[in-house]
Design a protein around this ligand. Structure first.
Ligand SMILES: Nc1ncnc2c1ncn2[C@@H]1O[C@H](COP(=O)(O)OP(=O)(O)OP(=O)(O)O)[C@@H](O)[C@H]1O
Ligand SMILES: [Mg+2]
Length: 312
């Protein structure tokens, strides 16, 4: 069993490329190989034209990396952390100071700049870590789940920062578990599952394969759900997903399908407890591509064999 198997991709310059996948799908392994932390067992990769095995130093100089877990030094302040990174990158003192202050401002850390990172919240550490990856303005920025653990406002702020960077010419390779994030940022993306690419294209292409909207019907009883699902069997091209009292369809005409479903259920006297229309999530894309939910363990694998996997 390999963490990555037969994965081949090309990241275009000057845009955001997304690696989308659930826990354990191989995203971090991919990032670690591309940032020279881990050598591939076989196969090859080049980053900015440099080979990750034979020209590892040149690769490292040409990228900024924010790994999945914050790597900032707890015993230094926010400002000192950024200054240290700047010096390691051989930036001159005035530039380091200017960059550090700019980034602290951009990431909402100015007030905390002179406090030890020990006293930072999880989200503040995450933001400082991302700021650290930006000190040297590298042409390629690699971000492993940059917004996991951030609150909605910080996530929006980070998206805006990434968009600005790309506008200024930076290439960004990021991993995420959220289709919404890939959708907002990435032009191209690949979907990983168990170390293999199971889909690639633009998020629009992926969603078109799925249907534009998810219509979620919550019935008052499981019996009602079963009768409703039979009644509405022709509502969508793909079969419904049924879990307890909830029946979900991926449909193209959201509101029209919802109205149609309501009329037919009403006519048959089947009661609903709730109805929602929502954008497809990564989980929906997964279910449609693989037949299993993103967080489900592989059949036959018990959680004892593989404690990192399975339902959380
Ligand atoms: N050093 C290692 N030794 C053995 N197995 C590993 C190692 N690192 C990762 N793996 C395994 O490789 C697979 C892919 O892991 P990886 O960390 O790349 O996933 P991921 O997509 O980043 O997941 P997450 O969303 O949870 O961060 C997992 O099954 C994991 O258990
Ligand atoms: Mg990971």
């Amino acid at each position: 069993m390999h963490a990555l198997d037969d994965v081949s991709l090309r990241v275009p310059r000057g845009e955001v490329f997304g690696l989308l996948g659930p826990n354990g799908s191989g995203k971090t392994t991919m990032i670690r190989i591309l940032s020279t932390i881990l050598a591939p067992e076989s196969g090859s990769a080049t980053v900015n034209g440099f080979d990750v095995v034979h020209e590892a130093n040149a690769v490292r100089r040409s990228i900024g990396l924010a790994g999945q877990y914050a790597t900032v030094d707890e015993n230094l302040t926010g400002f000192e952390n950024l200054r240290m990174i700047g010096r390691l990158n051989h930036l001159d003192r005035p530039t380091v100071k200017r960059r550090a202050n700019e980034l602290l401002e951009q990431f909402g850390l100015t007030d905390a700049a002179t406090r030890n990172v020990k006293t930072y919240s999880g989200g503040m550490r995450r933001r400082l870590d991302l700021a650290a990856a930006l000190v040297a303005t590298p042409p390629l920025l690699i971000l492993d789940e940059p917004t996991t653990g951030l609150d909605p406002q910080s996530r929006q702020d980070l998206w805006a920062i990434i968009e600005q960077l790309v506008e200024d010419g930076t290439t960004v390779l990021l991993t995420t578990q959220y289709l919404e994030e890939a959708d907002r940022l990435a032009k191209q993306l690949v979907v990983l599952d168990h170390g293999r690419i199971i889909a690639q294209g633009t998020s629009q292409e992926l969603k078109t394969r799925l249907g534009a909207t998810v219509l979620s019907l919550n019935f008052e009883s499981t019996d009602g759900a079963v009768r409703g699902a039979v009644l509405l069997a022709d509502l969508a091209a793909k079969p419904a997903n049924i879990e307890g009292t909830v029946v979900e369809y991926t449909v193209d005409g959201g509101p029209a399908s919802a109205a149609d479903a309501l009329r037919r259920l009403d006519g048959a006297g089947i009661a609903l407890a709730g109805l929602a229309l929502r954008e497809p999530s990564l989980d929906d894309v997964f279910l449609s591509l693989t037949g299993h939910r993103a967080e489900d363990a592989t059949p036959g694998e018990t959680n004892l064999d593989n404690p990192g996997k399975g339902r959380r």
